[in-house]
Design a protein around this ligand. Structure first.
Ligand code: COA
Length: 334
């Protein structure tokens, strides 16, 4: 029986030009560059000064279309992972489709925080694998600066803004593409990482604004402990399921939340640091955008090769976590 797999056939990204360095944060909160770098690995992050999440997503998709000569009018489905949609509704995916003139496409958003891209990738792949669709656009985009309290040193140092995307198409060779994935969620983690107000539980009011309930709340220690375990466990699980050892994996693409979480995951998988995609120093945690941003940057610099085994791994609010195994399909530098 022939199997149809979803292959990543194009990648793109956008990072806003405005840089917010650790030194600038020193002026806003009681912190310092050395603490931030040694505790998180972050030196600077990008800020979208004007415009919304959909505007970053549009620029990421345009970057992909230009690099890979994609006719966007052929896209059939748009899946956008974000926790910072332009509005509650309509879905940001639909706004992106409209802004890019994708008349044929329907779309929807996925809310799985830092695991959002993996959830969206797995969902998008199902449309290809089932034979229902031939071109599915998967976007991870977050304007985290919209929900950050820049007087809270526990969170403002961590996050940044970015968007990145991949195009999924049926793989010509069924041994290439998204080979496997494992996704998990546990709502018991909700109390440790969330935004309290704005939803139906605490609708926006003067009180919710006064109490700063429209910003990220995080119990960093709890998140850290579970992220290290969750990301390492699920990555190891995907490797074991597919009979892979560290040497068989060309790249680990971890969600970029904290360099210490990334290092712990790589160590558990037996993967050398030289094979781990790391750009947290430049961008911080861009939530749903981190993994496709790495893929797009590494492809642009010619470091990805067709046939390489790549493990994607993430952990985020929910809690949500997961890992995916991809055999890289794109041949030459675009
Ligand atoms: N600058 C300077 N000092 C800071 C600080 C900052 N920005 N933030 C906290 N501190 C202080 C604390 O107040 C504490 O001081 P104390 O010992 O006098 O009480 C000390 O530094 C250590 O704080 P702690 O919270 O134990 O630091 P940590 O090593 O746990 O690092 C995080 C904090 C947030 C970097 C870390 O917990 C983390 O990365 N968590 C996971 C975040 C994450 O992944 N979130 C996204 C989900 S994917």
């Amino acid at each position: 029986m022939s199997v149809t797999r979803a292959a990543i056939t194009a990648v793109g990204h956008y990072t806003p030009p405005k840089v917010l360095s650790n030194f600038e944060l020193e002026k806003l909160v009681d912190t310092n560059d050395e603490w931030i770098r040694t505790r998180t690995g972050i030196s600077e992050r990008r800020i979208m000064e004007h415009g919304a999440t959909s505007d970053m997503a549009v620029l990421a998709v345009k970057n992909m279309a230009e690099r890979f000569k994609i006719d966007l009018s052929e896209v059939e489905v748009v899946i956008l992972a974000t926790v910072t949609p332009d509005m509650f509704f309509p879905a940001t995916a639909v706004l992106v489709g409209h802004k890019l003139g994708m008349k044929k496409a329907w779309g929807f958003d996925i809310s799985a925080a830092c695991s959002g891209f993996l959830y969206a990738l797995a969902t998008g792949a199902k449309f290809i694998e089932s034979g229902a669709n031939k071109k599915v656009l998967v976007i991870g985009a977050d304007k985290m600066s919209a929900i950050i309290d820049y007087s809270d040193r526990n969170t403002c140092i961590l996050f940044g803004d970015a968007a990145a995307c991949v195009l999924l198409e049926p793989s010509e060779d069924p041994t290439y593409g998204l080979l496997d994935h494992r996704l998990y969620s546990d709502g018991a983690g909700g109390e440790f990482l969330h935004m309290k107000a704005g939803g139906s539980l605490n609708p926006a009011s003067h009180e919710t604004v006064d109490k700063k309930m429209h910003y990220i709340f995080q119990d960093g220690k709890n998140v850290f402990r579970l992220a290290v375990k969750g990301m390492a466990d699920v990555s190891a699980e995907v490797m074991e399921q597919n009979g892979l050892k560290g040497d068989d994996v060309a790249w680990l693409v971890p969600h970029q939340a904290n360099l210490r979480i990334i290092d712990a995951t790589a160590e558990r998988m037996g993967i050398d640091r030289s094979k781990v995609m790391i750009n947290i120093d430049k961008y911080g945690n861009t939530t749903a955008a981190t993994i496709p941003l790495c893929l797009s940057e590494w492809h642009a610099s010619g470091q990805l090769r067709r046939g390489q085994n790549i493990v994607l791994a993430a952990f985020g609010a929910g809690y949500t976590w997961g890992a995916a195994l991809v055999k890289w399909s794109i041949g030459t530098k675009a």
